[in-house]
Design a protein around this ligand. Structure first.
Ligand code: DGY
Length: 324
């Protein structure tokens, strides 16, 4: 008999077909997140699930789903999952590391360049028929080349961002809880500094830390106050890494020059004041959203599911101790 699995949101047909080749699949083609109550109802008789970062798997869900053996997140971040509770309930947790690094690093640059060079503002200006010819003093932005880039978190994505900075002849600084090895620093041409130095010396500050207790509001009022008034903040990590209200205030008071954001503290809600700010570029959490990468992420999740439900070690197991 095939194991029952749930796919909580709309994903690629080919991945659903793959899953159907091995499991009895219940899917959600409507593509809106299940409420916690409905999620429990749907998961109650399932052995596994492919989920998105909009699905919260916590003690409440787990205690109602005794048959559950594995949850496979289609994301590298897994702050939507209470991993310790999963381990207690003997539920394996998997994610999709590696495959989205370059795509996310590319998008970080898209945000940075769009914000510095006022691309979205210019696009809206032109589309609304306001442009009546070339002007010397129109849409003056900030140069990116030869400036100082501050990378918070030199993991795989942060490294991808640093690698791309070399093409812009930037001076790259980074800060992290653990210093990178000298060969990595040399290859990336980046210098390790403390957070305070990074914030006060950088023209662009880009965030690539995972969300956890220590990184919630990693950028708040005090940190924003250290930044240059000409600096731009880029966040393509997780929304709660930035205190969004403090960011609004800093932008309103001219403490920093702009922000490029892909993630928000209370997604899908966004601080209303940000919506009216021309010096802010806002994207709907799409840094990894190239067709190729999202397909690879979904495929990885399905492969993790298959391994986990056929007695093998899932390749991207997050909670190793669950196997003991
Ligand atoms: C992740 O993978 O954690 C992203 O936020 C979605 O790609």
């Amino acid at each position: 008999m095939k194991s029952k699995v749930l796919i909580t949101r709309r994903i690629f047909d080919e991945v659903i077909a793959f899953a159907k080749g091995h499991f009895e699949v219940e899917e959600n083609q409507v593509d809106t997140p299940f409420s916690p109550r409905v999620l429990i109802q749907k998961l109650r008789d399932k052995a596994g699930a492919i989920i998105l970062l909009t699905d919260r798997i916590d003690e409440n869900v787990l205690s109602h789903c005794p048959d559950l053996k594995i949850v496979c997140n289609i994301a590298v971040g897994y702050n939507n999952i209470d991993v310790q509770a999963c381990t207690r309930h003997k539920v394996m947790v998997t994610n999709t590391p590696g495959v989205l690094d370059d795509t996310t690093a590319d998008f970080t640059w898209a945000l940075l360049l769009a914000t510095a060079r006022r691309l979205v503002e210019g696009d809206q200006y032109l589309r609304s028929s306001q442009w009546n010819g070339w002007k010397l003093m129109e849409f003056l932005g900030y140069d990116v080349h030869h400036k100082v880039l501050g990378i918070c978190g030199l993991g795989r994505i942060g490294q991808g961002v640093a690698r791309r900075a070399k093409g812009f002849h930037m001076q790259a600084l980074y800060t992290d809880v653990i210093r990178a090895t000298l060969p990595v620093e040399k290859e990336l041409e980046t210098r390790f500094v403390d957070k305070r130095t990074l914030l006060s010396e950088s023209d662009f500050v880009t965030l690539h830390v995972p969300l956890g207790l220590e990184t919630t509001h990693y950028i708040s009022k005090a940190e924003l106050a250290l930044m240059k008034p000409t600096a731009i903040l880029i966040n393509a990590s997780r929304g709660p890494v930035v205190d969004e209200k403090a960011l609004v205030l800093a932008l309103q008071e001219g403490k920093i020059a702009g922000a490029g954001l892909d993630v928000y503290e209370r997604e899908p809600d966004v601080e209303p004041a940000l919506l009216g700010m021309k010096n802010v570029v806002l994207a709907p959490h799409i840094a990894s959203a190239s067709r190729e990468t999202r397909l690879r992420m979904a495929t990885m999740a399905a492969e993790n599911l298959l391994a986990g439900l056929t007695g093998k070690r899932p390749p991207n197991l997050v909670n190793e101790d669950v196997l003991q």
